[in-house]
Write a protein that binds this ligand. Structure first.
Ligand SMILES: *[C@@H]1O[C@H](CO)[C@@H](O)[C@H](O)[C@H]1NC(C)=O
Ligand SMILES: *[C@@H]1O[C@H](CO)[C@@H](O)[C@H](O)[C@H]1NC(C)=O
Ligand SMILES: *[C@@H]1O[C@H](CO)[C@@H](O)[C@H](O)[C@H]1NC(C)=O
Length: 190
């Protein structure tokens, strides 16, 4: 029994030692954007790294069903662009002053539909490490041709409706004539 309690205590202290007291949060869990537009994904962490951002280690990646690709890597005060996946090359911008404020804002421009997926950022400071996750959904821009295709059938529909209306009207008139025929006969006979 004591052994088990000891093990649990050891495990708890191990976990708290590993993750420490750093809190990492996303400010938004879901982002929605259109192809070719840009978006800013944001994580906050406390405590702020007041003194120096050289002690802040960051790794952010996109995880899809197919693969994981590095979006952002920050180490010893500099962005490690070599680690970045080619998919994001030249499309990610971050503000280092905001990092001092405990805010990681990554602006991703010229969005592609395959940028959609789960983004996780792991941040480590002398206070510990932690991570949080958000999701991005990039939808394809509306195709100009397809937009026209969906619009064009309308006049045809209107024409067809008009044709039906004319047919119905003719039928109704015929019906009325047939009904009135005996009446006319009656009037004419008199
Ligand atoms: C982070 O999120 C947790 C749970 O949503 C919340 O309790 C906490 O206040 C947040 N911390 C910061 C620093 O935003
Ligand atoms: C992405 O957005 C589109 C359009 O709003 C929606 O139809 C689709 O379900 C969304 N996909 C996910 C995975 O949220
Ligand atoms: C997106 O941008 C690329 C390159 O600038 C352009 O070729 C393409 O037509 C754009 N797509 C849409 C749907 O605007």
């Amino acid at each position: 029994m004591m052994k088990m309690i000891f093990r649990i205590l050891l495990l708890i202290s191990f976990i708290s030692c590993v993750s420490g007291s750093l809190v990492v949060n996303v400010t938004q869990t879901h982002y929605q954007a259109e192809q070719n537009h840009s978006i800013t994904l944001e994580w906050t962490f406390t405590p702020k790294p007041d003194t120096s951002i050289t002690s802040v280690y960051i790794i952010c990646q996109l995880v899809t069903d197919l693969r994981a690709s590095v979006l952002f890597h920050h180490h010893e005060g500099v962005e490690v662009s070599e680690s970045q996946d080619q998919q994001f090359s030249g499309r990610v911008h971050f503000d280092r002053d905001e990092l001092r404020e405990g805010r990681l804002r990554l602006q991703v421009s010229r969005l592609r539909t395959d940028d959609s997926g789960r983004y996780d950022c792991t941040i480590r400071t002398p206070d510990g490490w932690n991570m949080d996750v958000c999701r991005l959904n990039v939808t394809a821009a509306v195709d100009q041709h397809r937009a026209q295709m969906t619009v064009s059938p309308e006049p045809e529909n209107v024409r067809r409706t008009g044709l039906y209306a004319a047919l119905m009207l003719t039928a109704a008139l015929l019906f009325v004539c047939v009904l009135l025929l005996p009446f006319f006969r009656f009037v004419l006979k008199k």
